[in-house]
Design a protein around this ligand. Sequence first.
Ligand code: ATP
Ligand code: MG
Length: 253
Amino acid sequence: MARIINICNEKGGVGKTTTTVNLASYLAAIGKYVLVVDLDPQANATAGLGIKVEEEHLNVYHSLIGEESPGSYLRKTSLFGFDLLPAAASLAGATVELVSLDSREFRLKKTLNSIRTHYDYILIDSPPSLGLLTINGLVAAEEIIIPVQCEYYALEGLGNLLKTIDLVRESLNPQLKVAGVLLTMYDKRNRLARAVVREVQKNFPGKVFEAIIPRSISLAEAPSFGKTILQFDPDSKAGRAYRQLAEEVIKST
Ligand code: ATP
Ligand code: MG
């Protein structure tokens, strides 16, 4: 039975997609069977894995709206043991269509329940907003990883996210828990970044992953080659940091 982990922060550009894809690649390299669910109409995870999905191709949108068996939506990535439930731009429309559907918050959960036994880990890449797509992702998951960029205003908006998590827990998904906060885009030469690390550790005692993801050009470039850091620059500091994160995630249950 897969552990289902949602990589979530309503703030844009904090490293959600980068973390989802690269954490998944190291989990797969360690021998785990992994599924990434691209729940973002921007489809960054899908594109970054080098997978082309036209609007009309089956994607996570159809699994939310339709009734077909989810197996037909899954795509293999170039890494062994690493599959993708892709997104396409059509997913943007799902937010509107979902509103009028039965059990609209539980559509993704239902999809994942039917394929959960095939995987050890299912990672959900959330969009930067708190709409119905994100809620579907939070209802389907048991755990959340919150990436936080090591910058000024890092903690801004986190209060909102934590409130949403509480609401989801109370009404839709009592099991939901925060697995950890992940510091991303860390530049050790930057005094402010070091202050942010301390601030986040103070606010989330015992909840911050020891792995800290450095700012890295390789990480930013890899997706344009359709590659993960594991394939693009595995010996980089960023590659080693995502490997450390994968090991920490496996150890934490
Ligand atoms: P969105 O909210 O738009 O979905 P996101 O939270 O998924 O964004 P990413 O897409 O992972 O964030 O990252 C935002 C940008 O920063 C991307 O261009 C990505 O390549 C780059 N990036 C992510 N992590 C790092 C890093 N550690 N070092 C350098 N660049 C990074
Ligand atoms: Mg993203």
